[in-house]
Ligand binder design. Structure first.
Ligand SMILES: NC(=O)c1ccc[n+]([C@@H]2O[C@H](COP(=O)([O-])OP(=O)(O)OC[C@H]3O[C@@H](n4cnc5c(N)ncnc54)[C@H](O)[C@@H]3O)[C@@H](O)[C@H]2O)c1
Ligand SMILES: CC(C)[C@H](C(=O)O)[C@@H](O)C(=O)O
Ligand SMILES: [Mg+2]
Length: 354
């Protein structure tokens, strides 16, 4: 098949992990006879430096015309002055809003070898297989903001429609899995959360085969560590989802392993690892590329409908996780490039065997 893929490398380790993702996509295209074209565009701090805009018009137009978007990461200390007029993260948020990708899917599975690196005991992490659906284009991230010399505000706003559509996404997904949805909110304090909870309860009535439980976000942060295997699909608002998914990634051994797909818009999906630009390791070839490579598998499956190819990439990552020398975050001493090479070799072997 023909597909036009926009690549947004961004900042810090963004370009290092994005090029790993592109290498895997190129190999899949060659092996399975697809015609993928890749166009790189600026986003984040890189785009501020080159164009004075974290999401320049050329990037916007390319994203709107793409079949899928692969993003590295944005941000870093160079652009982090709290008084700066423009920030790299604004480019990422504007891109998500532009594409209308309201459902951010963040799966978490535990590979046995990575589970050994988890801070939790093996009996606690056994059987963990959950998916977060994080609402991505609403809430406090996108509400009105004010700032004076002595005060600042961030408005948190959700409409019924915004909650309904992400809730349906979660329930539809749960139907294909273990049929349980945990809706996370702060309904004991926040009005937006009380609306969230009432919409969740109403939507659940359309899915009598799926169990719904409500959970407050503070205790959810604890339960993720004490009984993570009890969860199937976890749906939550934008900021709670951001925080809980970084926490959850540690259960799997490293933040560098967690992929994501941002879906639900009329156009392309956005695929990115959940981690950031990791300024502390940027430029040192220490970045774990597996979160990005697993995001590429999600891209193949969700935006291009290529499930055999997606399975091949996931099987190759499993093989490398089991047998390979891994990056430092997973206890190894392999470079980003060496791990990517190992995945490419494993893809080749899996495709050969298929
Ligand atoms: N989607 C994105 O573009 C995105 C996501 C999160 C944070 N950020 C931005 O990234 C910048 C840095 O944020 P931060 O330091 O709080 O979070 P971070 O996710 O960049 O890093 C947190 C820690 O995890 C490590 N880490 C992250 N990814 C890794 C990988 N692939 N391999 C090995 N180790 C990895 C880092 O070295 C660091 O110690 C900030 O500007 C933030 O806004 C961007
Ligand atoms: C960089 C930042 C705006 C972003 C977010 O909060 O959504 C990041 O933390 C993420 O998880 O993708
Ligand atoms: Mg985050």
């Amino acid at each position: 098949m023909k597909a036009s893929i926009v690549v947004l490398p961004g900042d810090g380790i963004g370009p290092e992990v994005a090029s790993a993702g592109v290498a895997v996509l190129r190999q899949i295209a060659e092996r399975f006879g697809h015609d993928f074209t890749f166009t790189e565009h600026a986003i984040g701090g890189d785009a501020i430096d080159r164009f004075g805009d974290p999401l320049p018009p050329a990037t916007r137009e390319a994203c709107l015309a793409a079949d899928a978007i692969l993003l590295g990461a944005v941000g870093g200390p160079k652009w982090s002055d709290p008084n700066a007029p423009v920030r790299p993260e604004q480019g990422l948020l504007a891109m998500r809003k532009l594409l209308g990708v309201f459902a951010n899917v963040r799966p978490l599975k535990l590979h046995p070898r990575a589970a050994a690196l988890s801070p939790l005991k093996p009996e606690r992490t056994k059987g963990v297989d959950l998916v977060f659906i994080r609402e991505l284009t609403g809430g406090i991230y996108f509400g009105a903001k004010t700032r004076t010399d002595d005060a600042a505000t961030d408005e948190c706003r959700y409409t019924v429609g915004e909650i309904e559509r992400v809730m349906r996404h979660a329930f539809d997904l749960a139907r294909t899995r273990r049929k349980k949805v945990t809706s996370v909110d702060k309904a004991n304090v926040l009005e937006t959360s009380r609306l969230w909870r009432s919409v969740a309860t109403r939507i659940a009535a359309d899915y009598p085969d799926v169990e719904l439980e409500h959970q407050l976000v503070d205790s959810m942060a604890m339960h993720l560590l004490t009984r993570p295997a009890d969860y199937d699909v976890i749906v939550t608002e934008n900021m709670f989802g951001d925080i809980l998914t970084d926490e959850a990634s540690v259960l799997a051994g490293s933040l560098g392993l967690s992929p994501s797909a941002s879906l639900g818009g009329p156009g392309a999906g956005v695929y990115e690892p959940i981690h950031g630009s990791a300024p502390d390791i940027a430029g040192k070839a220490l970045a774990n590329p597996l979160g990005t490579i697993l995001s590429v598998a999600m891209l193949l499956r969700h935006s291009l409908g290529l499930s055999t190819e997606a399975d091949t990439v996931e099987a190759a990552v499993d093989y490398v996780m089991e047998n390979g020398n891994l990056t430092r975050d997973l206890g190894g001493d392999a470079t980003t490039h060496a791990v990517t090479r190992a995945v490419l070799d494993a893809c080749e072997a899996k495709a050969e065997a298929a």
